[in-house]
Design a protein around this ligand. Sequence first.
Ligand SMILES: NC(=O)c1ccc[n+]([C@@H]2O[C@H](COP(=O)([O-])OP(=O)(O)OC[C@H]3O[C@@H](n4cnc5c(N)ncnc54)[C@H](OP(=O)(O)O)[C@@H]3O)[C@@H](O)[C@H]2O)c1
Length: 251
Amino acid sequence: MPYTVLISGANKGLGLALLEKYLSRPDTIAIATVRDPSSKEAKALHDIPKASGTKLLIVKVESRSETDCLSAVSTLKDQGISHLDLVIANAGYYNVPAEPQVAKISTKLLMEHVDVNAAGPIRLFQATLPLLQKAQKPIFMYMSTMAGSITATGDVPFPVAVYGASKAAGNFLIRRAHQEHPELIIFSMHPGAVKTEGAVPVIESLKMDDIPDFFTTIDKSIDGMVERIDGATKEETSGKFWSFDGSILPW
Ligand SMILES: NC(=O)c1ccc[n+]([C@@H]2O[C@H](COP(=O)([O-])OP(=O)(O)OC[C@H]3O[C@@H](n4cnc5c(N)ncnc54)[C@H](OP(=O)(O)O)[C@@H]3O)[C@@H](O)[C@H]2O)c1
């Protein structure tokens, strides 16, 4: 049976690099979720080189939709997908707030971040769970961020209240799901600070470029995350908040 992986937000950034990684492995079905399958970016995914016996499927998922994940799973079943070995809830966003301090944040912006960064991955989790439960060693990875660590928030020198709170909510639900699903390996991942298209406006607005050794390369981020996924076990990996470099972060 082919190894079957689904990656949300796979049209750019970390999601795209993860997709390329899995397409380079033989006998793999890599499923990319994108917001607009008819876009140039999504169509270009078909040009990514594939290893022998490997194929790409593309399905539409807007994270804020209550129905897209369920429709995507239904489409996948129609295309013969009977299980999912790995789901990576990668899609997420950061909208630089005009007023980043807690005393001034827009609660509307907070709710928008929670909708995409916490509820979106849970919608994906709920829709894919039956297919994950048909895999021998099912893994669900939530793309979190160190900025979502409640314990470490005093150490993060950036006003990331809105974004951090949305990822902290996601972390909580992932940890909870770990307790509720002994059959599932489920964990949060900090991918490191990587200069992707989505990260650049954040880097500029928060003047992160001034910090030495803060950034990692996309290759190191992806290799580190995939190493964690490849070696994942219920006992050692599940229910924890990992960094791409193999260290464990505080919740
Ligand atoms: N880069 C970093 O330093 C860093 C650090 C920590 C955590 N992260 C996390 O890593 C993940 C990927 O980030 P990235 O750096 O690769 O950013 P990116 O280049 O902006 O990619 C974000 C992806 O998420 C998708 N997305 C955003 N909002 C969505 C929505 N409402 N519905 C469906 N898809 C949506 C985007 O789709 P569109 O192209 O359609 O917008 C895109 O595919 C995010 O969850 C981010 O929070 C990144």
